[in-house]
Ligand binder design. Sequence first.
Ligand SMILES: [Zn+2]
Length: 495
Amino acid sequence: MKRFFKRLVVPLAAVFCLQMPVALAQSDIPSLGDTARAELSPAAEYQLGKEIMGQVRSDPAYVNDPVLTEYLSNLGNRLVSADTQTRGELTNDFTFFAVRDPTLNAFAFPGGFIGVHTGLLLATQSESELASVLSHEIGHVSQRHIARMLSQQKQDILIPIATTALAILAASAGGDAAGAVLMGGQGYAIQKQINFTRDAEKEADRVGFQILKNAGFDTTGMTSFFQRMQTATRTYSDAPSPYLRTHPLTSERIADIDARVRREPYRQHADSLDFFLMRAKARLVQDDSEPALQTAAAVFEEQIKSGSKLYMAAGNYGLALIALHRKDIAEAKTRLQQVKKTVGEAAARQSLALNSLAIEIMLASNQTADAVREARAAIARFPSSRALAHQYANALYMSRQYGEAAKFLRKQVQMYREDPVLQRQLARVYDAQGKRALMHMAMAESYSLTGAYSAALEQLDLARKAKDVTFYDQSVIDAREREWKAIVRDDLKKR
Ligand SMILES: [Zn+2]
C-alpha cells in the first residue's frame, strides 16, 4: 500500500532535523503559550491547516467516502460542541476524516483537522472508545500543542515543517519495514523526536476526558481503548503501535486517566447503528483487493452468526457493499432488506448509512425515479447531510431532470460555498443542458476550491470564449480572474 505522503517525507526531513532539537529543548508546554500566540494566530493556524488539508485531500490514502467522512464529522463535532471551552481560541469548524491505513493511529494538525486511520476505526469496540481517541486529539488542537511546537520555528519555513510534521505523524513508519527504509534511519530518529511531550499528553488526556464526559459518552472508553492498544502491541509485535509512539503512554498517564474514570459514576452510552456500519465500511475501504474482500466477507458472515443485533446488521451491510462493488444488485438488495429486518424500519430510517445505501442500490439498478423519491425523503430526515445532497443531485441528473438538478445545486452552492463536489455536479448538469459558459465557470469554481488555480483560470478562459457567454457572466469571470491571480501571486511570493 502507498504510504501517506511519502513524497514529502524524504526531501523535507533534513530541514526538520535541524530545527527540531531547539523546539524540544524548550518544550515546557505551559510557558510556551504567550510567545507562540504572538507568532501564530488562530487564524494563521487555520490557514496553515487548510493548506495541509488541501494536500491530504489529493493523496490516494485520503478516504473519499462521503458517508464515512460525514459519520466521523458528526461524531467529532458533537464532541467539539459539547462544551463552549473546547474550541479554545479557534473559531473555525473542525474537520474530521479517515486515512486508508491498517495501523492504529490518529493525528491532529494545526487548525482543527483530525485524521483517523481505518485500522484504528476497526480496532475500537465501542463508539465511546472511538470518541475517546477523537477527544484526545481535539484536546491537542484546543491546547494548540502542534501550533505551539511549530511557532518556535522560523516563519519562512513554517509550511514545509508543518507538512513534514503531518507526514511524520501520519506516515508513522517505524513498525512497517518498507516505511522505515523509505524514511531512512534519520527519518525514524526525527519521528521519535516529534512525539508529544509527556505534559502535552497529560493535558490532552485531561481535556479529552472532559470533552468525552460532557458529550455524554462512557468515559471508561478511554481506559478500555488504551488497554486494547497495549494488548495488541504485546500480542502481535515488539514494536509499539504508531499511536503509542506519537502519543507516548506512560504508566503515570494510565493511572491518571484511571483515577479520573473511577471518580465518575458509570454512565452507559448506547452505540449508534452507524458506528457498526461504518466499521464494516472501513474494512472494505482499507483494502478492496479481491483477496481482502474474501477475508472481509468471511468476517461479515461470522458477525451475522454472532446473534448480536448490531453485529448482524453490520455483517449484512458489509455483504451488501461487497455485492454492490461486484455489481450483484439483487444480492445487495437482499442484504439491505436483511439489515432492515434486523434493526427494524424505524431504526433504519434514522441511519444515514442505510438511507444512502438504498439510494445507491436504486441508482445502480437504473431505478432513477425511485432513487429521486428515496433521496428526497432522506434529505427531509437529514437536512444538513452533504452525502445525501450529492446523491440527490446525482439522482436528478441520472433521471435527466436537469432543470430541477440545476435549481437544487445552485441553492446548495450558495449555502456550502466550499464544496467542490457540488460545483462539479453543477458543471455536469450545465453540460447536459448545453450551457457552455456556465459549465466552464462551475468547473473553474470546483478547481479553485481544491486549490488548483491554474486549471481554474484555464476554465475561465474557456468560459469567456464560449458562444453563450452573457455580459453578466463576463463580469463574474473578470472578478474571479482578478481574485485568483492575486492568490497565485501571493503564493509565489511566499515560496
Ligand atoms: Zn496525544
